[in-house]
Design a protein around this ligand. Structure first.
Ligand code: NOJ
Ligand code: CA
Length: 550
């Protein structure tokens, strides 16, 4: 791809979860007109493009990730005219817009699936993955669903099982069927012809499944980045290649750094991929303190893997993860400094940063009180299954609530009004009670706010070429608290020092760093002593950004 077509390298993305962003018609559900009304706020922050989580018609078992019509708009979100108006407004402001492309599975209400389950000889039967029971009457295989239980669901009418690696209402499409693949590609072109600027491609590492006979040691590997997936992904890339400025970002769980070039190198399948090594270091950690060293290592691994060829997608949050300030930071005493530390951690790495709605305000996890307050299908199904096994409901709820995706899905906090300026009526998911202090209106007024800090970081990225193309170098890799990295160019360099822990950190910088002369550019503590000395001491979450002065 020609460099001038790679507009996304020098861009900052912003992910919108439309249901929770802004409700323009007061029905408690965010919508497309709500997004349009807030474009100026996003432009003011300095972002360049939006990624919208799915806005297609859907029964909302998995909030839009179960699509029942690929070529229309969900009624609660608006109409196709609303979408076209939004796209036009986005482009008028010099911004771009990418959509979510969910092609590993559809909703069980999609006409293809409704036809597919009619009979074994229906022309759509092969659009999905059907299997009879084994000769002993058992399930076709022991594959688990990622949302709990078996990945096989029995269909009474045709007496076979179909595969769903997510909810049973999300049957997997059969990518081995070339007719299905062509149908999907036509749909992709249809959207690109409308003038959208690209896609984030959902669950794409799952489209190829292992043979049923192949009893893998690691169950999840049976349908994650399975050998041979490249055949389909090369085809998909050809579809995108016909639209040269298109941004494609694959959601790529299970892709190891060793495969990076295949996926995002010069001839890779996508412009970028979202990988999860760094955020998953927290996922199952029962301890309070996240695994800082593992987080550092995971980030550095991908920075080095794509140093020469390829490009990183940088993020700490999305609609599937709890809020970063609550899990990697500290959302009470050190709320502000830790949110700024985490912003610095990922925004100045090499790659394209993505801010998830509300992250720029330091929005936190939600104090959910009971399972009834939770909507997310995975949290609910895991809860039901664990309680059915006899586990203590209260303990199960506590554990699941802390990690639930709904922490990221509570309504966007625009102001301190009853429903946080998201809506005038009660929203579909509860508003975080901390909206009185954590909201955009308040943060715009406070020059020391997290929002202003993000804005400054974005401006810094855009004004310094070395932050775009400079190489990445990590220092003090083994330090248990500090993340220290440099971005180096021929003439310029930046040194970024972040204490990722809630205690004081003492460290010794390598000589070749100390001997340079550095000027402090930005910090998250107001009284900050420029401090590149022999022995450094950083306060909890203290962060300092230096530029080389000679
Ligand atoms: C990944 C999406 O980000 C998530 O929200 C969804 O539940 C699954 N893929 C299934 O589409
Ligand atoms: Ca609405």
């Amino acid at each position: 791809m020609a460099v001038e077509e790679a507009w996304w390298r020098n861009a900052v993305g912003y992910q919108i979860y439309p249901r929770s962003f802004a409700d323009s018609n007061q029905d408690g559900i965010g919508d497309l007109n709500g997004i349009r009304e807030h474009l100026d706020d996003l432009a003011e922050l300095g972002i360049d493009f939006l990624w919208l989580s799915p806005i297609y018609p859907s029964p909302n078992v998995d909030n839009g990730y179960d699509i029942s019509d690929y070529r229309d708009i969900m009624e609660a979100f608006g109409t196709m005219e609303d979408f076209e108006r939004l796209l036009e407004a986005v482009h008028e402001k010099g911004l771009r817009l990418i959509m979510d492309l969910v092609i590993n599975h559809t909703s069980d209400q999609h006409p293809w699936f409704l036809a597919s389950r009619q009979s074994k000889d229906n022309p759509y039967r092969d659009y999905y993955i059907w299997h009879p029971p084994r000769s002993n009457g058992e399930l076709p295989s022991n594959w688990p669903s990622l949302f709990g239980g078996s990945a096989w669901e029995w269909d009474e009418q045709t007496q076979e099982y179909y595969l769903h690696i997510f909810a049973k209402e999300q049957p997997d499409l059969n990518w081995e069927n070339p007719v299905l693949r062509q149908e999907l590609y036509r749909m992709v072109r249809w959207w690109l012809d409308k003038g959208i600027d690209g896609f984030r491609i959902d669950a794409i590492t799952h489209i190829k499944k292992r043979d049923l006979q192949d009893v893998s040691k690691k169950l999840a590997d049976t349908y994650m980045n399975v050998e041979g997936i490249g055949v389909y992904l090369r085809e998909l890339r050809q579809v995108f290649d016909a639209y040269p400025a298109t941004l494609s970002i694959g959601e790529a769980s299970g892709v190891p750094a060793a495969d990076a070039h295949e996926w995002v190198g010069q001839n890779g399948y996508f412009c970028m991929i979202f990988t999860f090594d760094h955020v998953h270091v927290w996922a199952n950690d029962p301890k309070d303190q996240p695994h800082i060293r593992q987080l550092k290592k995971a980030l550095a691994r991908w920075q080095y893997a794509l140093a020469e060829d390829g490009w990183n997608a940088l993020f700490m949050e999305n609609h599937d993860l709890p809020r970063s300030v609550s899990v990697f930071g500290e959302d009470k005493k050190y709320w502000k400094v830790s949110a700024k530390a985490l912003a610095t951690l990922f925004m100045l790495l090499k790659g394209t940063p993505f801010i998830y709605q509300g992250q720029e305000l330091g929005m936190t996890n939600v104090p959910f009180q009971s399972i009834d307050e939770i909507d997310a299908v995975d949290t609910r199904r895991h809860y039901e299954q664990q309680v059915a096994k006899g586990e203590d409901p209260e303990a199960v709820f506590k554990k699941l609530a802390r990690a639930s995706r709904d922490n990221a899905r509570s309504p966007m906090q625009w102001d301190a009004s009853t429903y946080a300026g998201f809506s005038q009526v009660e929203p579909w998911l509860r508003v975080n009670p901390n909206k009185d202090t954590i909201n955009l209106a308040a943060e715009k007024k406070d020059p020391d706010s997290i929002w202003h800090y993000y804005r400054t970081l974005i401006q810094l990225r855009k004004s310094e070429e070395v932050l775009l193309n400079g190489t990445f170098h990590i220092h003090n890799l083994k330090h248990r608290q500090m993340m220290i990295y440099e971005r180096r160019g021929a003439k310029q360099a930046f040194l970024i020092l972040i204490n990722l822990s809630k205690t004081e950190a003492v460290f010794y910088l390598p000589f070749q760093v100390r001997e340079q002369s550095w000027t402090l550019v930005l910090s998250n503590y107001s009284e900050c002593l420029a401090n590149v000395t022999d022995e450094c001491c950083f306060r909890p979450f203290e962060t300092q950004i230096y530029q080389r002065s000679r």
